[in-house]
Design a protein around this ligand. Structure first.
Ligand SMILES: NC(=O)c1ccc[n+]([C@@H]2O[C@H](COP(=O)([O-])OP(=O)(O)OC[C@H]3O[C@@H](n4cnc5c(N)ncnc54)[C@H](O)[C@@H]3O)[C@@H](O)[C@H]2O)c1
Length: 385
């Protein structure tokens, strides 16, 4: 064993954890491995369903996390499953969901198939008693998403939505900064997510890109704040039959607003969110690795001039800018670790099925607004806990 790696191989499932590449949770495991104590948790035996574009990313992380033990890859196209795993491995492949589900040693399943297939696959997993990680969006309609959440809760199954961006270091920091009260009241969220994107045939630009902004917003807003109303405008300049350029406006329950500009037809790629607080403001530029998050101690203060009641005195405050340094870990690695730990600890994951459902509720309201010429429409209330 080298000083920089640990290889516990008692059950034939070799895991290598390099020192200096661990998250906080993994640090506990690392410490346990270095001592004579047993591992704090047994690796969770998992299967991945869907090995198209995104599935192989999950497969890679399930293979390398010490918290998970990848046993199966399922794809209707066996060749894709085969291509996603190493040539020499004991990971099994199949095109039959039922064959994998019949393996009682499998504890959990990650679903990375197109959204329209999620409900059927999840229902079969629930019937087989497996915990489930579902790719975003949770389902293709609110009623499917609600059925998934209710069935999982009734069966005592952990259900997690893969809202990957919520597990980036940037979004975690932003969430902590907002929760600490540093920026003051949460006033607005303004996102630009545009590039020359793949024109999807099944879904419009809102269903493709807005789940990222909506899941991030859901994750970072102060406790109790939710989207109450939505209004959306869109255009289809290429005539593909659905929106390629979209603008989403949301009214928040604290009186704040959120806005997302989503565009598959932009010559430049921008991934930037501005968050306004009553005391400070934040800019998150995801394409600027050296300075992804910047906190501005800047703002505008209004005071009334008592002698002229209608006149507002505006004072501008331009203070320090701070770009916190942080070590980044692949977000998807945190997703798979959070899934395993939430199952082992018997608690809801940070982005549970209800978080997935809240995103669907907003997306469905966007469709209603587009069908009503951009009218402001209410977002349905969450399912009572
Ligand atoms: N978290 C993220 O950032 C992120 C990024 C991209 C895609 N996704 C999500 O991942 C999911 C998959 O997207 P993709 O782009 O990989 O799709 P894809 O079409 O590239 O791959 C889907 C795979 O699922 C297989 N499949 C379909 N139905 C199946 C079934 N019933 N049983 C077994 N296999 C089946 C297909 O053969 C295909 O190989 C979607 O929900 C998508 O929104 C998430």
């Amino acid at each position: 064993m080298t000083a920089g790696s640990i290889t516990p191989a008692s059950d034939g499932n070799t895991k290598v954890l390099s020192v200096g590449e661990h998250t906080e949770g993994e640090a506990t495991i690392l410490a346990a491995l270095l001592s004579t104590e047993p591992l704090p948790m047994e690796a969770m035996r998992i299967a991945v369903v869907g090995a198209g574009y995104w599935g192989p990313n999950l497969i890679r992380n399930f293979r390398t996390s010490p918290l998970t033990d990848l046993r199966w890859v399922v794809d209707l196209e066996r060749d894709r499953a085969q291509a996603a795993i190493p040539a020499q491995t004991d990971i099994r492949i199949t095109d039959s969901l039922a064959e994998m589900l019949a393996d009682e040693t499998v504890e959990a399943v990650a679903v990375a198939t197109p959204p329209g297939t999620h409900q059927d696959i999840v229902f079969e997993c629930i019937a087989a008693g497996k915990h489930i990680l579902v790719e975003k969006p949770l389902a293709s309609t609110v009623s499917e998403g609600r059925a998934i959440v209710e069935a999982a809760e009734a069966a005592g199954i952990t259900i997690m939505a893969d809202h990957t961006f919520c597990y980036t270091e940037s979004v975690r920091r932003i969430r902590d900064i907002i929760a600490s009260g540093e920026i003051g009241d949460f006033l607005y969220f303004d996102s630009v997510r545009i590039n020359l994107g793949l024109i999807q045939s099944e879904v419009d630009v809102f269903w493709d890109l807005a789940p990222h902004d909506l899941s991030i917003l859901d994750f970072i807003v102060p406790e109790g704040v939710r989207i109450e109303t939505v209004a959306a405008q869109a255009s289809d300049p290429l005539g593909v039959g659905h929106a390629c350029v979209g603008y989403l406006f949301a009214g928040l329950s604290n009186g704040g607003t959120a806005h997302a500009h989503l565009n598959w037809l932009s010559p430049t790629k921008i991934r930037r969110v501005i968050i306004g607080g009553s005391r400070k403001m934040l800019v998150w530029d995801d394409l600027h690795p050296a300075q992804r998050v910047t906190i501005y101690d800047s703002g505008i203060e209004l005071t009334s001039d008592p002698s002229e009641r209608a006149r507002l005195l505006v004072s501008y405050r331009v203070g320090d800018m701070l770009a916190p340094a942080f070590r980044e870990v692949e977000a998807l690695r945190r997703v798979v670790d959070e899934f395993a730990m939430s199952v082992r600890e018997g608690r809801p994951p940070l982005t549970d099925g209800r978080a997935g459902l809240r995103v669907l509720e907003v997306l469905e309201a966007v469709g209603t607004s587009l069908g009503s010429d951009g009218a402001r429409v209410p977002v349905s209330l969450p399912v009572p806990e």
